[in-house]
Ligand binder design. Structure first.
Ligand code: FES
Ligand SMILES: [Fe+2]
Length: 432
């Protein structure tokens, strides 16, 4: 559990909060490039860290992310015209470039210097291999982009996806560092069919891994601090006397990775950035990456189906309006208690959504009773709280901000003899 003050500090991330200050130190993967496909196309509403923003792709293909409100009389720039390398407000025609400079003020005389004084709040963006990153922090010169393996191969763009959660980002993130829940929430009641949609595997697990995962329902957990965040090893005893270890990282400020398989080759990794839209909504960026072997189109279709069996609500122009699933709290996620699924809800992301959203929009952690199986969750909270306080009180630069190479990390699985040092034994495979 947490006391009320720590829970507030952990979960609130709007402008001016300590956690908001921490998150704003890092580059944020704000958009999948295909969410903003067209040059001079329609502007897109984006809500990030409690701020209403507008993203647009210019005539030359650069992406801008700016405040939604025009600095003239605060009309929404969603109604603006995206033309000739700038966004023009449709109210009085003021036009802004991606850096927020007012480049045209046609309702004032050409002699008027007022244009020079006006600035639209804007955040620097960098687009790399299918992802638009933005920096919302205070540094005049943003830090380098984190060197995530999945975002560094131009000829191997990962499968990229969004999961919308109608709840606070921390309780959603905590679902991905909660190893023992996969034995329950995500299991089927049939012996060897562990897929949640016929013919498709759970994201992040190989066929050979799942029977191992389900072999031991009360895994032991070992948690270690690292320079990039925290890594845990979960040990499940196998019948042959060996241990099956799942070794998964949390990377500051909101990145998680799972999967990895036991053998080299034929391995794919799954990871997520748990990006707060505000205190009450999270828009996850999920990636599935297979080194050296790009996904084919039919594999991408399969990866889509497994995540989205019911489809989305009709798209709206609100922020995240294209990513709201039909299965949601209002219809109990189309739960079917007569199905062969432990929780009766189809599809891994929806199973997670059901339990995470059921905790309330902002989980009240004063009500919890955490045990040894929750050690990773406890440690990650502590690290986030420590880093947010150290930044707010002493200006301490948080982990990883200026160390892009720390992000060259993989999740792994390993079968090891009893008593093995899992950190040492997985060292080479955990680093790219
Ligand atoms: S409100 Fe935008 S130009 Fe006037
Ligand atoms: Fe889960």
């Amino acid at each position: 559990m947490l006391n009320r003050d720590d829970n507030e500090l952990l979960t609130r991330m709007g402008p001016g909060t300590a956690m908001g200050g921490l998150l704003r130190q890092y580059w944020i993967p704000a958009l999948i490039s295909t969410e903003l496909p067209e040059r001079d196309g329609a502007p897109l509403r984006v809500r990030l860290l409690g701020e209403d923003l507008i993203a647009f792709r210019t005539t030359t293909g650069t992406v801008g992310i700016v405040d939604e409100k025009c600095p003239h009389r605060t009309a929404s720039l969603f109604f603006g015209r995206n033309e000739e390398n700038g966004l023009r407000c449709s109210y009085h025609g003021w036009k802004f470039d991606v850096a927020g400079r007012c480049v045209d003020m046609p309702n004032e005389s050409p002699q008027c210097q007022f244009r020079e004084k006006v600035r639209l709040r804007s955040y620097p963006c960098k687009e790399r291999n299918g992802v638009v990153w933005t920096y919302m922090g205070p540094a005049a010169e943003p830090p380098p982009l984190p060197e995530f393996e999945w975002n560094l191969a131009p000829d191997n763009i990962p499968f990229l996806w969004r999961n919308y959660r109608a709840c606070n980002w921390v309780q959603a993130l905590e679902g991905d560092i909660d190893s023992s829940h996969i034995n329950y929430l995500h299991r089927t009641l049939e012996g060897d069919d562990h897929s949640t949609v016929p013919g498709h595997q759970l994201p992040g697990y190989t066929k050979e891994q799942l029977p191992l995962v389900h072999a031991d329902a009360s895994p032991e957990l070992d948690v270690r601090d690292t320079e990039f965040g925290v890594v845990y090893g979960t040990k499940r005893a196998l019948a042959d006397g060996h241990d099956y270890w799942r070794i998964h990282p949390f990377l500051f400020p909101f990145h998680t990775m799972v999967g990895g398989g036991i053998r080299e080759g034929e391995v794919s990794f799954n990871g997520k950035a748990w990006i707060p839209m505000d205190d009450r909504q999270t828009l996850v960026l999920e990636w599935q990456f297979r080194p050296g072997k790009p996904w084919t189109n039919s594999e991408r279709e399969g990866l889509t189906r497994v995540r989205n069996p019911w489809g989305f609500l009709a798209a709206t122009s609100e922020a995240a309006g294209a990513w709201k699933p039909k299965a949601c709290a209002r219809n109990d996620y189309f739960m079917d208690r007569s199905s062969k699924l432990f929780c009766g809800i189809l599809s891994n992301p929806l199973q997670d959504a059901a339990v995470q959203e059921s905790m309330g929009t902002v989980c009240d952690r004063t009500l919890e009773h955490l045990g040894p199986a929750d050690a990773m969750i406890i440690r990650v909270r502590r690290r986030l709280l420590q880093a947010a306080r150290a930044l707010a009180e002493h200006g301490t630069t948080p982990p990883g901000v200026n160390r892009p190479e720390l992000y060259r990390v993989r999740p792994v699985g390993a079968i090891l003899p009893p008593g093995a040092d899992w950190m040492a034994a997985s060292q080479d495979r955990r680093h790219v």
